[in-house]
Write a protein that binds this ligand. Structure first.
Ligand code: ATP
Ligand code: MG
Length: 301
């Protein structure tokens, strides 16, 4: 990749990265309408296309090398564009090596395990890009905003003290470090939408019959908790942006920009892994030569 392309990639990423240890206050600290100085969709389009081309090329090598996995954690409030980000950013990839998991309200079985269980069994295997559409972070977001959800988790009584969130941050950081040390890169994205843009998208989902299925009355109920979510997200970003798995606050009022940034994040991660097609050993080369001789001998005269 040419140096100027690499520099542009770094610029996009640096703008949205939460430096480990930084105290974040939302919504003040990040502008959901930011476009990184890019004038509009038309200017962004060729960069996105180039990004998707690179993504496809590196994904093939990631699958072939099969030593690393990549986990994209997508968190956001409703209508920020989680689903459409997956749809657009992954459209050039080989679906055989992509796994998308959407996490909903936990089942009875899931509640009978500790809270990280259902996420750990869905970590992408080596060679695969996994996407968590909502993730283990819901355990310190929706569960924090609605304390009755914590009640349902059947924790031992002594564990339900106010330290529970601090403990979960520590546990999540340690768990992610374990993943990264063992070959799973963790790319964390918070799609940051403004309250006004969410209101506009909800109205569109209500007014357009083809979009009604995307809307539920619960979405408006959750919206009433907007300030509680801003606080919970600020806490998450302040306590779980680490050297090994930093957060990225991606402005989401303009979808063309959030897609560009998310694709840049995945490409940058893949370039950093720099997976290579495996080269055969001496013995494997001999076996290849034998196979070739056998196939050539079968050539019709
Ligand atoms: P969309 O609305 O775009 O289809 P979504 O992710 O909002 O996607 P929904 O089925 O609307 O999907 O909602 C899933 C719900 O599950 C969310 O309200 C979310 O907060 C909730 N949820 C996810 N994880 C947990 C959890 N660990 N505990 C409790 N609720 C959770
Ligand atoms: Mg929803």
């Amino acid at each position: 990749m040419p140096d100027d392309e690499r520099a542009q990639l770094s610029r996009l990423i640096r703008r949205v990265r939460v430096e480990p240890g930084r105290k974040v206050t939302l919504p003040a600290d990040f502008d959901p309408g930011d476009t990184g100085g890019i004038a509009g969709r038309a200017e962004a389009e060729p960069h996105l296309e180039r990004g998707l081309e690179l993504l496809a090329r590196y994904q093939d090598r990631l699958a072939a090398q099969a030593t690393h996995g990549v986990l994209l954690v997508l968190q956001a409030l409703d209508a920020a564009g989680k689903d459409s980000t997956v749809k657009h950013v992954m459209r050039g990839t080989n679906p055989a090596f992509v796994r998308v998991h959407s996490f909903k309200v936990p089942s009875v079985e899931e509640l009978m395990h500790t809270y990280l269980w259902r996420y750990s069994v869905r970590i992408p295997e080596r060679g695969v890009i996994g996407i968590f559409n909502r993730s283990h972070y819901e355990e310190v977001l929706v569960v924090r905003v609605h304390p009755e959800l914590l009640e349902r988790q059947r924790l031992p009584a002594e564990m339900r003290d106010p330290d529970v969130w601090r403990h979960r941050f520590e546990e999540i950081n340690a768990w992610e470090r374990h993943l990264v040390r063992n070959g799973t890169r963790v790319v964390k994205v918070f799609l940051h939408i403004s309250a006004e843009e969410q209101r506009r998208r909800f109205l569109e989902r209500i007014d357009d019959p083809d979009k009604n299925w995307k809307f539920s009355a619960a979405d408006v109920r959750e919206r009433r908790c907007w300030n509680d979510y801003m606080h919970a997200y600020s806490e998450v970003l302040s306590h779980t942006s680490t050297r090994w798995a930093p957060w990225h606050v991606v402005p989401a009022d303009h979808k063309w920009y959030s897609r560009l940034v998310v694709s840049a994040l995945i490409v940058d991660t893949l370039m950093d892994i720099d997976p290579q097609y495996p080269r055969p050993s001496e013995e494997e080369r001999r076996a290849l030569a034998e196979a070739r001789a056998e196939l050539e001998a079968e050539q019709p005269s």
